[in-house]
Design a protein around this ligand. Structure first.
Ligand code: 5GP
Length: 192
């Protein structure tokens, strides 16, 4: 998606270890107009699916997910990273965080993810696909159906996209980064 690609090139910052920071428009300060356009594009790309719930992981997935949910007019469920003491009947999975270098638990209430649900997972980044795998595990535990996974930015030099597509998951990414080598952002040209 050209406007996102241009914005990444203009305002994105590379950090050692293959980390892209987009704190000025996605991950800290947010650009709602861009977020809205990106959500509309994700909805368009998944328009062949019947979706009745959007799922994401706190915190950085919530902004794009709620925009997508608002357009689709469906509830948005975010997996929590800490087990709330008051939550009963929890579905729990383990996720390894690439950026933090450690594992954490993700959980949702079984009350809000059930076998009636056809879900679309939305997140800011796809890297090694660990967050996506954790969500897929929760969806499977609930007996729900995964309809697709949509990301704002995919790091094409990491394995998540290849893995999920090889599993037959419908994956859409609005911008694909081919390399962050030497702290230079190289974006794969995609034609919308
Ligand atoms: P994965 O689980 O696919 O390995 O990594 C995706 C998650 O890690 C995303 O939810 C995102 O929050 C974080 N992440 C992975 N790589 C990057 C990156 O280069 N920049 C930022 N800002 N977050 C990242």
């Amino acid at each position: 998606m050209k406007c996102l690609e241009d914005r990444i090139l203009k305002d994105g910052k590379c950090f050692p270890g293959g980390i892209l920071k987009v704190d000025s428009f996605i991950n800290h300060q947010m650009d709602p107009a861009l977020m809205q356009i990106m959500a509309e594009e994700l909805v368009r790309r998944f328009s062949s699916h019947d979706i009745n719930k959007v799922i994401t992981i706190e915190a950085s997935g919530i902004a794009p997910a709620i925009m997508v949910g608002a357009i689709l007019n469906v509830p948005v469920l975010f997996a929590k990273k800490a087990k709330p003491s008051t939550m009963q009947n929890m579905l729990v999975s383990e996720v390894y965080s690439f950026t933090k270098g450690r594992s954490y638990t993700v959980c949702v209430s079984a009350e809000y993810l059930t076998k009636e649900d056809n879900v679309l997972f939305i997140d800011d980044f796809l890297a090694n696909g660990n967050a996506a795998k954790g969500i897929l595990d929760l969806v499977n535990q609930a007996g729900a159906t995964l309809k697709g996974m949509g990301f704002l930015i995919e790091k094409g030099f990491q394995e998540g996209g290849k893995y999920l597509r090889s599993m037959g998951v419908h994956v859409e990414s609005l911008a694909i980064i081919d390399s962050l080598d030497d702290c230079k952002i190289k974006i794969r040209t995609q034609y919308d």
